[in-house]
Write a protein of this length. Structure first.
Length: 379
């Protein structure tokens, strides 16, 4: 068992060494990763585009429960520019509950875009990317002794994905990281960061999330990650985002290459199921159901319009025929009506005539008003 563990450690180190040769763009970019790292071309890859009308609501998903995040201990935390991202090491006193096993924190890192370009996050929700994304990486401590041992194993890792958008105010939690970036501008540089409340990096609402099986988003792309992507976003200011986009370099000294666009594009879902811990109001119906409901409403409106049209046409025909009904033996359109007084004595009244000695074009309303004004009832 010890030999096997050491072998996994060696494989992880070799993968890390080889990893110095991969990039996000160019001849060693993400579209060529599978040539050197075959698992990057497999069918259970991350990130993904989460379509909320296709997720499966699971009411039995327990909430994610971070422990020790508020107080990561007295020791400083190591902040590193590894040439691909900024990475903060985390102590094993931070762990997660609410998952199949106990997962202990190992590190967190960020992904972002570049100035003047939309996007930067790896995961998307309904094809919408955000400015950046935070990943907090954990490993199954019940089954494995280290991150490197757990990384190649099924569900050996659990990663929290937090989408980050630009807000109006500066986020003090993220400033614990961003304020030290100028000390690690070049690849391989590291510095110490005083311990801080890591939980403050998370969105306030932890109960709403998406869950799926995926992979590391960088080589060697091990398909061993149980992903939790929160629905609610964290926010940083525009100044903080620009600091992230314009401070670090992916190279050692000169010539310097700015570290930007360090995100992988969404991968195919390939029949995987994405679970949701909540029901979104706009996602209570599938796309097909929404189309059916819309078609039904449209058909109902059309039927109503047709009914109104034919009723109006019928009324117009009746009014026109009344306006030109001739009284026998007279030139004008004199119309007589029989009315009864309260004493039931019959009386006859001649209705007022129109401009040419005929009943006006609006006889119905005038007949009703004229008859009601006499205080008599029509039989």
């Amino acid at each position: 068992m010890m030999f096997f563990t050491l072998l996994l450690e060696v494989i992880w180190i070799l993968a890390a060494v080889r990893g110095h040769h991969w990039t996000y763009e160019g001849p060693h970019g993400q579209h060529h990763w599978a040539a050197s790292y075959p698992e990057c071309g497999s069918s259970v890859q991350s990130p993904i585009n989460i379509q909320t009308d296709s997720v499966t609501f699971d009411p039995e998903l327990p909430p994610v429960q971070p422990h020790g995040y508020e107080q990561p201990g007295p020791k400083p935390l190591d902040l590193l520019n590894n040439g691909h991202t900024v990475q903060l090491s985390l102590p094993p006193t931070l762990y997660l509950e609410g998952l199949p096993q106990k997962y202990v924190a190992a590190q967190l890192h960020l992904h972002w875009g570049q100035k003047g370009s939309p996007g930067g996050s790896e995961h998307q929700i309904n094809s919408q990317a955000t400015a950046a994304e935070l990943h907090i990486v954990h490993y199954d401590s019940d089954s494995y002794h280290s991150l490197s041992e757990a990384a190649p194993r099924p569900q050996g890792l659990a990663v929290l994905g937090i989408l980050i958008e630009v807000g109006e105010a500066e986020n003090p939690a993220y400033e614990h990281i961003l304020s030290h970036l100028h000390k690690i501008r070049y690849k391989g540089q590291n510095t110490s960061v005083p311990p801080f409340n890591v939980k403050a990096l998370l969105p306030p609402l932890l109960a709403q999330f998406f869950r799926y099986n995926g992979s590391l988003t960088t080589p060697p792309c091990y398909q061993s990650v149980l992903w939790t992507v929160f629905s609610q976003r964290a926010q940083i200011s525009m100044g903080q985002l620009e600091k992230l986009q314009g401070t670090l370099f992916s190279t050692e000294k000169e010539p310097s290459t700015l570290l930007v666009q360090n995100y992988r594009v969404p991968q195919a879902l390939n029949q995987r199921t994405v679970l949701a811990s909540f029901i979104q109001a706009e996602s209570m119906y599938t796309t097909g159901e929404k189309l059916s409901i819309g078609a039904g409403i449209l058909a109902s409106c059309l039927c109503l319009l047709l009914a109104v049209y034919f009723i109006a046409r019928k009324i117009r025909t009746l009014v026109t025929s009344m306006d030109h009904f001739p009284h026998p033996g007279r030139r004008c359109c004199e119309i007589r009506r029989m009315w009864f007084s309260p004493q039931h004595e019959p009386r006859r009244h001649r209705l007022p005539l129109g401009h040419h000695g005929c009943l006006p074009l609006t006889p119905i309303r005038e007949l009703l008003e004229w008859g009601a004004g006499t205080g008599q009832k029509r039989l």
